[in-house]
Design a protein around this ligand. Structure first.
Ligand code: TMP
Length: 424
């Protein structure tokens, strides 16, 4: 059975207020108007710009035309990318494609802009049609939906966040889903007569593909010497991935679940200075065995991106190198713990052990590992470098002495490219 699903863009696939508001502010400033307040800006999402500039900012027709031109001047270059794909949309689109559905877009946004946005987010491969007002088509939603549909289908759906989407779908005679996470509310969508109200992206998946097995997600790890700035980078990279519609889950090693967090306490407590090296290596592996099964595998199987602060590379570097137990022994100890589960990419925040020592010296409290002599951290650094040299494809190595923003940008670019490549 051929199923067709047509989506609205703004408020359904993407959250676009950032770009819209910045461009309205830009137009107001350029024409010498006061900066509109938050309530006024909010009203600009949805209606045509000509209408909004006149109605909400009191412009006459000619001034509104100039405002629209100023808006478009900024929008066409930067505004259209000041945009976020709603988390889970990638999983929804992948699931639809996996099921062999025809997928299209019917948007009130000029078609060329819609295409550039979809391309920018690496989503082109999921769409069979992208229709917006253009040379040959007006802006009535039912016309756009009709143009976005395939010639033949057995079942078709229109998915959108505003009453225009629901009314348009009904006018064409197809089923409709009103989504509550966009710019319309439940009452508006139900009053318009949607067949299904979906509060979340998951509800859309459940309505369109009940019982579908989610496409698998991805496992990423981040590594570096103590003080390399992992926490800051985890937040920056997560924001970048979420902007592209990935659902990101954080975890850490040692830890990430109850049993492994209890082992973490034992490992890092300064009370346990008498711990032997082999005990230490086995405890890290034991924590990992639990974490892989309880957290990492289920998250990836559910289509999520699991970003883990440290993984088996830390054991190879710290216990294999730092403690001098040797790489092979650490890999052997960890084999049953990892059992084939390895990150598709590993971000390495590159600082040397001298920088690491200086940063550790600035910390108020140190754990059992951080208290180790500098020679231990020097051996750990050397072991990391060997690991990277042995597996250069997997590592994303970034100079972590740059500003956090610069590091974040470089990491995000490379990680996103790999995630998208893996989806292809
Ligand atoms: P964290 O401070 O980055 O959370 O890591 C805890 C400490 O444990 C850190 O000093 C690195 C160390 N470690 C190992 O020695 N081996 C391992 O396998 C892991 C995961 C961490």
């Amino acid at each position: 059975m051929r199923k067709a699903v047509i989506f609205d863009l703004d408020g359904t696939l993407t959250q676009s207020e950032e770009g819209i508001w910045n461009c309205v502010r830009y137009a107001a400033d350029k024409l010498g108007f006061e900066e509109p307040d938050a309530a006024t800006l909010h009203k600009f999402i949805g209606p045509p710009l000509m209408f909004s500039f006149q109605e909400y900012m009191g412009m006459d027709f000619a001034t509104a035309e100039k405002a629209v031109a100023a808006y478009r001047e900024r929008y066409s270059v930067v505004g259209l990318f000041e945009n976020r794909v709603y988390p889970g949309i990638r999983r929804l689109l992948r699931t639809l494609k996996q099921q062999g559905c025809y997928v299209g877009i019917a948007t009130g946004k000029p078609q060329a802009f819609a295409q550039r946005i979809i391309e920018h987010f690496g989503l082109s491969r999921y769409f069979d049609s992208i229709i917006g007002p253009g040379e040959h088509i007006g802006s009535e939603k039912d016309m756009l939906i009709r143009a976005a549909l395939p010639e033949t289908y057995d079942e078709a759906w229109m998915v959108g966040d505003r009453k225009f989407d629901v009314e348009g779908g009904r006018a064409v005679g197809i089923r409709t889903i009103g989504v509550g996470y966009g710019y319309g509310d439940e009452e508006e969508l139900r009053t318009a007569g949607c067949d299904v109200y979906a509060a979340t992206v998951q509800d859309v998946i459940d309505a369109l593909c009940p019982g579908a097995v989610p496409p698998s997600g991805a496992f990423l790890s981040i590594e570096g010497l103590d003080g390399s700035g992992k926490t800051t980078q985890i937040n920056l990279i997560t924001d970048a991935m979420e902007r592209y519609g990935y659902e990101v889950i954080h975890s850490r090693e040692p830890g990430g679940c109850k049993v492994a967090e209890a082992i973490r306490e034992v490992l890092l407590s300064v009370d346990n200075v008498g711990m032997t090296d082999i005990t230490e290596a086995m405890l890290y592996a034991a924590a990992r065995a639990q974490h892989v099964r309880e957290v990492i595998r289920p998250a990836v199987a559910a289509g999520k991106v699991l970003l883990c602060d440290r993984f088996v590379d830390s054991s190879v570097a710290y216990q294999g190198g730092g403690r001098q137990l040797g790489v092979q022994r650490i890999l052997d100890i960890n084999a049953p713990a990892v059992d084939g589960t390895l990150p598709m990419a590993t971000i390495y925040l590159d600082i040397d052990h001298v920088t690491s020592m200086k940063r550790r010296a600035a910390a108020s409290t140190l754990d059992r590992m951080e208290m180790e002599a500098d020679s231990f951290h020097a051996r750990t650094e050397a072991a990391y470098r060997e690991l990277i040299a042995r597996d250069p494809q997997r590592f994303v190595v970034v100079d972590a002495t740059q500003t956090p923003e610069e590091i974040g940008k470089q990491v995000a670019q490379q990680v996103l490219a790999r995630l998208m490549e893996a989806e292809a």
